[in-house]
Design a protein around this ligand. Structure first.
Ligand code: SF4
Length: 701
């Protein structure tokens, strides 16, 4: 039994009357790559975190966490948590390490980096992504370190860059509706997203709208948990979203379901887009998208009639649809739709892909690009790290990569075409340092592994890409074992490298304050844990898009100036369904519900729910190959193969298999995972990966 005995503005304090151990609840933020950015409350008893809850005071979280993060203490106190620095003592990739002191590790690493940087600092490459979304433990001190060093820059493209670029070219940035107003929408199109699995708190708003009479339509090749709960599911072929959007435009035109006044005042390039859309009859789109023409017509009718009835129509777009060759164009085509029916005039109308562009983050104050001191290092694209690691020095590429510092990422598991990624990481002449919580597939290839703190052990501050609140994360418990924060690791490495710039002395609270400067009331973050951005309810009701023209740009002069198509179009996949007899099935690799990218795969209770790596396959495709549920199958193409358990499932449409990811290679059935098959091709915009543009064949193992 516990009783609250006092409160402070910051931390409510309670005491267990049974054990007389102090009990605190510490406010934090979920650090994971998820649009919901939940507010956490961690219960701490006697210095141990015993439970992580959703903060009920934070409206976007509503006291609810997903299944993954509600088990956060299991992850934090995992018996395999890395608690001491490790040095490799076996062959590369063998996973054999011995403990070493921090002092010795820092000296060895700095010595290697000094030698390489004396020759060519660009031969050193940072590799990081959204293992934490925190602005401080992400790229703050790390950015300072690599800028001061003059290391190669990293093009952080692996998740969302095609969609971000498409959105930016159309709406002017990563901007859109406020998520809470979806609760008032009368039509919600959930496009390329399994909200129940990866945007749970948006789904609560959609459910509210549904209870109030809204129609929900899901557009997704896979019949996800979300698709099952919508009124309608449009199971299009992967990579055909632009064709579908252009055909919706065709139908809006054909039936004059258009807000002529909004189009005239607040858009650019309508005459040209109209001509493009007229090329997309429902019959043509039906053949391309693999869905009935009637279903496309009905989608357009539902959308267009919201104009006639003056009801708000909203699109929740997510990044799944942009992981194909034409991902940027698809995003552009979809982002044009709300302007056509004037949906932006309603606060519950419009579109949301990402809200991250709304946050006034002062990245320069955090990462200090001025430390480059006029140098302009080459840029390495993280989505083609396999190829990059295998390149020799050349005038086009620059120096061969000699050192890789990996933090907040697990590229051996998550980067495409992992056969090449592994080959690169296995290079004996590559010096690799990995900052991690666990000995991941990537850490197996390290020369040094440095134990990093988790979100319960450090300060951080967070923006969001699914709502419009800033959140502060306070440390709930002391660092476990000898773990250090990312910031502290880069601080101490900087000292070993003799970088004496005063900015390396900034502590983490100072960095948290610098992230938003005066734009956010830091005292509000300290007392409440979150602060809501002050934004208009319907930001584009009167235009004012953050594009160069201030209009919704159907035609992008910026793209045209680059020699690209200024209008959105359907760009067929590199690996197009129906074009190969050898590899006749399209494969997508959406996340397994209990994993988040490759995080949580080693949390036993979550892996037990997932069981084994699964390939969902339609009954017709399975029957043709003699495959039944539970059979172990080989999935393969020209790049490699991996073994999975087949599940004959209505979640898979004919011609498309779903390889759920992202399993750690060493925890799968054959030491590889789905990325053994994905390619290093890049998207039409944003230089992103094309994970869902991949043809395969499946055979009984
Ligand atoms: S992963 Fe997403 S839903 Fe789960 S706790 Fe974190 S922010 Fe919330």
């Amino acid at each position: 039994m516990q009783k609250t005995i006092s409160t402070s503005p910051v931390v409510p304090i309670a005491v267990s009357l049974v054990k007389a151990r102090p009990v605190t609840q510490v406010r934090g933020a979920c650090p994971h790559d998820c649009p919901d950015t939940c507010a956490l409350l961690t219960t701490v008893e006697g210095g141990i975190a015993t439970k992580v809850h959703g903060n009920p005071d934070h409206p976007q979280t509503g006291g609810v966490l997903c299944n993954k993060v509600s088990r956060y203490t299991e992850r934090t106190y995992h018996p395999e948590r890395l608690l001491t620095p490790l040095k490799r003592c076996g062959p590369k990739g063998s996973g054999q390490f011995e403990a070493i002191s921090w002092d010795a590790a820092f000296k060895d690493i700095a010595s290697q980096l000094k030698t390489i940087s004396a020759r060519q600092p660009e031969a050193i490459v940072p590799y990081s992504y959204a293992g934490t979304m925190g602005l401080v433990q992400g790229e703050a001190m790390a950015g300072r370190f690599f800028n001061r060093l003059g290391a190669s820059l990293l093009d952080r493209t692996i998740c969302s860059s095609a969609g971000a670029e498409g959105l930016s070219q159309t709406l002017g940035g990563k901007v859109g509706m406020r998520v809470e107003f979806f609760a008032e929408s009368k039509l919600i199109i959930i496009w390329g997203s399994n909200s129940i699995g990866s945007n749970l708190h948006f789904w609560r708003y959609a459910q509210q709208a549904k209870r109030d009479g809204a129609k929900l339509i899901c557009i997704d090749p896979r019949k996800t948990e979300t698709a099952e709960k919508c009124h309608e599911h449009i199971a299009l072929l992967p990579g055909t979203d632009a064709a579908l959007a252009l055909t919706v435009m065709h139908e809006l035109l054909a039936h004059d379901w258009l807000d002529h006044d909004y189009i005239a005042r607040h858009t650019l390039g309508w005459a040209a887009l109209k001509e493009r859309a007229m090329l997309w009859s429902p019959e043509r789109a039906a053949a391309v998208c693999g869905v009935p023409a009637e279903q496309i017509k009905n989608l357009a009718r539902d959308y267009g009639q919201c104009l006639a009835s003056k009801q708000p129509a909203a699109i929740r777009l997510n990044y799944g649809m942009q992981r194909v060759r034409g991902g940027g164009n698809a995003t552009r085509a979809i982002a044009c739709l709300p302007a056509l029916i004037g949906a932006w005039k309603h606060r519950a109308g419009g579109l949301l892909l990402s809200s991250s562009g709304l946050f006034p983050v002062d990245s320069a104050a955090l990462q200090r690009p001025d430390l480059l001191a006029g140098r302009t290092p080459r840029i390495i694209n993280m989505s083609t790290i396999g190829d990059a690691l295998l390149k020799e020095t050349s005038s086009g590429f620059g120096p061969k990569i000699e050192a890789l510092i990996v933090y907040n990422s697990n590229p051996v598991a998550v980067a495409p075409e992992s056969g090449k990624v592994v080959q690169g990481f296995a290079r004996e002449d590559l010096f690799t340092v990995v900052l991690e919580h666990f000995q991941t597939d990537t850490a197996d290839y390290a020369d040094y592994i440095l134990p990093a703190t988790t979100q319960l052990e450090h300060w951080d501050v967070h923006s969001s890409y699914g709502h419009t609140d800033v959140l502060l994360n306070r440390p709930a418990v002391a660092p476990l074992g000898q773990a250090k924060t990312n910031t502290q690791i880069f601080r101490e490495l900087a000292a070993q490298m003799d970088f004496d710039d005063p900015c390396f002395a900034d502590d983490d609270e100072t960095l948290c304050r610098a992230a938003f400067g005066q734009q956010i009331d830091f005292n509000e973050l300290l007392t409440k844990g979150f602060a809501t951005l002050k934004l208009p309810e319907a930001p584009f009701a009167h235009g004012n898009f953050p594009t160069p023209s201030g209009q919704c740009e159907f035609f992008s002069q910026r793209l045209a100036a680059e020699g690209l198509d200024g209008l959105p179009d359907h760009v067929p996949n590199y690996e197009l369904s129906g074009t190969s007899n050898t590899f006749p099935l399209a494969m997508i690799s959406p996340p397994a519900r209990n994993f988040l990218n490759s995080t949580f795969v080693n949390v036993k209770s979550l892996r037990d729910i997932e069981g084994e790596p699964i390939l969902e396959i339609h009954a017709d495709d399975a029957a043709r190959r003699g495959i039944t549920s539970g059979a172990v199958v080989n999935v393969f193409n020209q790049r490699g193969s991996y073994k999975v358990v087949a599940e004959v499932s209505k979640r898979a449409r004919p011609g498309v298999v779903n390889g759920l990811g992202v399993w750690w290679r060493k925890l799968g059935l054959s030491g590889t995972n789905v990325n053994q098959l994905t390619s290093q091709h890049l998207t039409d915009m944003g230089r992103g990966p094309v994970f869902y543009d991949c043809l395969v064949e499946v055979r009984l193992a």
